[in-house]
Unconditional design. Structure first.
Length: 279
């Protein structure tokens, strides 16, 4: 799933390419695409796209004096220039057509069809699906992070992926942040020391900044798995920091990658959803 760096850089690319373009039509191409009934998407027709913003993993297409289109790409979604504008584009969910003849197409690979569009009047940040998001991860202060960690005692990796605590992170960033902070992905959030929380905060900011810097060098949105990383999807490789073998453990239907030497005092995490270690 695209994470904060991919979505942020893509919002910047879309703003650069389409800001000022007047909307001529919005066309749902799948009955699953549009998540709201009112306001009508046509209320934005005739209005110029001011900019494309990001909140968490969502894209916000802000039209001047008109409703905002909020887009979530989910696992396999992309919002891309639609050069062909075919009647039935492969994997097409929705299309924005502009008065200058260009278009944007929302697609989603696979069969799940979970990507979607919300059309919102007023301030979209105060309405579903954005109103329950935590602070964007790269903007969280140490105090905000400390408060979020203490609000619910859960495993650190799960906390980082839960959009209610901090927003914008997925599996790759959670893996990389835990490794950079030298913390077990299974550490319980309420038991982290002040020093561990400080390390987590620093690692979160640095890891996101590095990923965003990389993403801004690209012409199109990449996959998270294509970004450089230390542990994500590198099970069996040597850790670039200490040389120990990177391990993978299944947790809540996800694979968590970590370095035992750097993160768990050399202990190997049990390959199940309990918090026990293998001896």
């Amino acid at each position: 799933m695209p994470e904060l760096p991919e979505v942020q850089a893509h919002a910047e690319r879309l703003t650069s390419a389409f800001a000022g373009a007047e909307l001529a039509a919005f066309t749902p191409l799948s009955f699953t695409a549009l998540k709201t009934a009112l306001p009508r998407p046509d209320d934005a027709v005739g209005h110029a796209l001011g900019r494309v913003d990001r909140r968490g993993k969502f894209l916000l297409l802000r039209f001047d004096g008109a409703p905002t289109f909020v887009v979530h790409l989910m696992q396999g979604g992309r919002l891309v220039p639609d050069d062909k504008q075919s009647r039935r584009p492969r994997n097409g969910l929705a299309r924005w057509t502009f008065a200058d003849g260009r278009a944007l197409l929302l697609t989603e690979a696979g069969t799940e069809r979970k990507a979607g569009v919300w059309v919102l009047d007023g301030d979209p940040l105060t309405q579903p699906p954005l109103d329950e998001l935590g602070v964007d991860a790269h903007e969280a202060t140490l105090e905000q992070l400390t408060e979020a960690l203490a609000a619910k005692n859960q495993r650190l990796h799960g906390f980082l992926r839960d959009q209610h605590g901090v927003a914008g992170l997925g599996r790759m960033l959670a893996n990389e942040i835990c490794h950079a902070a030298k913390l077990s992905p299974f550490a319980m959030t309420a038991k982290l020391t002040d020093d561990e929380v400080r390390r987590l905060h620093e690692a979160m900011r640095a890891t996101i900044a590095s990923a965003l810097e990389h993403e801004r060098t690209l012409d199109a949105m990449s996959k998270s798995a294509d970004r450089p990383g230390s542990v994500h999807r590198r099970a069996g490789d040597p850790c670039p920091v200490c040389g120990d073998v990177i391990r993978a453990v299944e947790y809540s239907a996800y694979e968590v990658d970590y370095c035992p030497n750097c993160q768990t005092d050399g202990k190997v995490l049990a390959d199940n959803t309990t918090s026990k270690f293998l001896k």
